[in-house]
Design a protein around this ligand. Sequence first.
Ligand code: SF4
Length: 394
Amino acid sequence: MYERRKSRQITVGSVAIGGDAPISVQSMTTTKTDDVEATLVQVHQLATQGADIVRVAVPHEADARALPAIVAEGGVPIIADIHFSVRLAMMALEAGVHGLRVNPGNMRNPKHVQEVAEGAGERGIPIRIGVNAGSLDRKLIAKHGRPTAEALVESALWEISLLEEHGFSDIKVSVKHQNVPEMIAAYRLLAERTDVPLHLGVTEAGTPKQGIIKSAIGIGTLLAEGIGDTIRVSLTADPVEEITAGKQILKSLGLRDEGFDLVACPSCGRAELDVFALANEVEARIEKMDLPPMQIAVMGCEVNGPGEARDADIGIAAGPGRGLLFAKGKQIGWVPHAGLVDALLAEAQRVADEIRASGEGAEAAEGGPTVLKGASRRQTMAIGGIGRGPGRSN
Ligand code: SF4
């Protein structure tokens, strides 16, 4: 579906970024990095939630001194986020971090840039250049009038050149803006002008209420155009929420087959049961199950229900007093409303066992309707209504 922009590939620890590598999801700790215990707790929470990479802020020497323990026990690649200081950058490299986020343009002494480029180069450690609308060089603001997309890209290309002139090309770049259209424009422009892998993000996106939507639109638009190699959803919230949102963006675009995809109708006056309660119960219970990627549909009536439920790996289409259960495109049978969730989950487990037994993919499960693109199968669970017609009122 998406023709991926061709970017050079780098690796952050065990995680490849760019080229044909899967889009990775990352976040940043909010703890004081020198509090090793608290930072490791958060790093582990993020890793458990599915973070591919975790970044930690290193504003002071005490933070840099904490890095060896965090790297050793983090369990995921760790990136040190450093501004201005060659000393902290070198300490981070010596601590064994898997990546640096540092803007060479912030280092006033060209010898410092050389030292960091050579130090990172010798160790095979990549550097992310993080251009941000809020901290754009004053000269560029003066030239462009404000932090426009052009200004961000000009800054990024200049920063890239500062490292490349020392023979360092293990680079990824972000051009973040809090304004979504400007952010999209900046990345599009940058994607045309360089092959460095791109780290996507809407900066200062805000609380989850609006930040997730801003990020989904900004990051999602670019990913749908094949632009972007790693993403960070910036939220004013527990960073675990960033990982959840980032993975959901990838799943929504079919870029990551992981966990279950719940298709649930929004309910309306035709609903034969409480779709909200049903969908929430299914979601809560399915999260606790160890299932391969699967789509599950929960539909409230006969209008769209059977179609969606049949198309999912497992689905329910509600009718009066009972619902019709589907698995892999086949009608399994009618189940009273009270037993729908149990029946759905039992069927999900059965299909999951079949998928696992088949080894390679859902296509081995007989009649599998959801042959999904990508390396693995996706599981879809649809909760919906029983319907005959092609009508779509959702
Ligand atoms: S499937 Fe569509 S028409 Fe039926 S209850 Fe849900 S929202 Fe309403």
